[in-house]
Design a protein around this ligand. Structure first.
Ligand code: XUL
Ligand code: CO
Length: 445
């Protein structure tokens, strides 16, 4: 049940927890940050600015703990009202109470996380306008902002064969109308970015699929969405969020490399960057740091969806991040790439089905934010205090001058290289020093 704050009389959904303070690593208060200190400067930039933490509306305020084998487990008093408008307002009150108490500057949403979808496009648009107006008030009062908005083009049965890649044009047009509304509300709320995650943009069977045509439709659809948003004054980034599969057998936005190739092939690379999710990387049999590194090479690390998978289970478990070693490797890539291109760290993660106290939502985010903070501190030291960067650069030193530099500039032909090799001594064996690199990482975490 919701209750009232005894001092202010305002309705509260999380009465047990106040604003989460930073208390430092010796604190034993479970509802305090041990490492995330928003104002602490790391290489001249506050932790708050490094991360731009965002709360995922769907997992935190919509997900009810149900799984394919069982009913909801979660106590969600913000969903008790009898009509969708009141439910949406209560849910938003709960969301803003949580977001401000956890000290996250941003949130991310799908259109129908904010309010339930109506029975027609017109009704849905009216509902979105209604909750959009309420969101504006809540944002102005709290200072909380939107990191990115998106449209849910995967839950409704109409999208069972895809949205932008559906073989039926009428569904493609419906999806476009939904994206228009989602863009409108995102722009209205000052969203800094807009995401496309193509959950059903893929196939279940190749036998009934014209892949070439579907992928071409996806590109055309994205161009139309981008052109509309720009015409409405949207200046932010568009992000594609790669994922290899689930719910489709194969998703067209498979991984970073596939998406970057697709963007470049279709003239979308100047408006789009990537939103890279940890558990999607591991489902593609890559590491998160691999996906980040591929994106960094093209200046495409737009934003990240923070979570983790499970080493034994091959599905998207969306658990909260807690692996310091892996996250430090990821932060090394992000810091060396100069941080995020427009985005931040969105917790696309959910508490476990049997984590049924509403305070568990705080514990989960505190753990995630603290792990990121520790990873940032460690990665910053590795870059600035250890031999890490120079050791890696040394491996490539032979390209810094002389013939190696000429090769990098494309100035040496195959015949030139043949001649050089013939007139030099055989290459001397050089260690890759992997264990030394691993030891340096370990020393700083
Ligand atoms: C699904 C997923 C989505 C996107 C937004 O795996 O990650 O929640 O982040 O649609
Ligand atoms: Co995600």
């Amino acid at each position: 049940m919701s209750s009232k704050n005894v001092l202010t009389g305002a309705k509260t959904f999380f009465p047990e927890v106040e604003v989460v303070p930073f208390e430092g690593k010796d604190s034993d208060n479970p509802f305090a940050f041990k490492y995330y200190n928003p104002d602490q400067l790391i290489s001249g930039k506050s932790m708050a600015d490094h991360f731009r933490f965002a709360i995922a509306y769907w997992h935190s305020f919509c997900g009810n703990g149900a799984d394919p084998f069982g009913m909801p487990t979660r106590n969600m008093p913000w969903l008790n009202a009898s009509n969708p408008m009141d439910r949406a307002k209560d849910k938003m009150d709960a969301a803003f109470e949580f977001i401000t108490k956890i000290q996250a500057p941003y949130f991310c949403f799908h259109d129908f996380d904010l309010i339930e979808e109506g029975h027609s496009l017109v009704e849905s648009e009216k509902r979105l306008q209604f909750i959009g107006d309420y969101a504006k008030e809540k944002m102005a009062a709290s200072g909380v902002k939107v990191l990115w908005g998106t449209a849910n083009l995967f839950s409704h049965p109409r999208y069972m064969n895809g949205a932008a890649t559906n073989p039926d044009f009428s569904v493609v047009a419906y999806a476009a109308a939904q994206v228009k509304h989602a863009l409108d509300i995102s722009i209205q709320l000052g969203a800094e970015n807009y995401v496309f995650w193509g959950g059903r943009e893929g196939y279940l069977s190749l036998l009934n699929t014209d892949m070439k045509r579907e992928v071409a439709h996806l590109a055309t659809f994205l161009h139309a969405a981008k052109d509309y948003a720009r015409s409405q004054g949207f200046k932010g980034h568009f992000f594609i969020e790669p994922k290899p599969a689930e719910p489709t057998k194969h998703q067209y936005d498979y991984d970073s490399a596939t998406v970057i190739g697709f963007l470049k092939a279709n003239g979308l690379e100047n408006d789009f960057k990537l939103n890279i999710e940890v558990n999607h990387a591991t489902l593609a049999l890559h590491t998160f740091q691999h996906e980040l590194t591929v994106a960094a090479a093209d200046n495409m690390i737009g934003s990240i969806d923070a979570n983790r998978g499970d080493y034994q289970n091959g599905w998207d478990t969306d658990q909260f991040p807690n692996n310091l070693g892996e996250l430090t490797e990821a932060m090394l890539v992000i810091l060396q790439a100069g941080g995020f291109q427009g985005g931040g760290v969105n917790f696309d993660a959910k508490i476990r089905r049997n984590s049924t106290d509403n305070t568990d939502l705080f514990l989960a985010h505190i753990g995630g934010m603290d792990t990121f903070a520790r990873a940032l501190i460690a990665a910053d030291k590795i870059i600035n205090k250890s031999a890490y960067v120079s050791l890696r650069n040394e491996r490539y030193a032979s390209f810094d001058s002389g013939d190696g530099a000429l090769f990098e500039k494309g100035k040496l032909s195959l015949e030139d290289l043949h001649k050089l090799a013939g007139s030099s001594a055989d290459p001397v064996q050089k260690s890759g020093k992997q264990e030394l690199f691993e030891n340096i990482l370990n020393q700083y975490i």
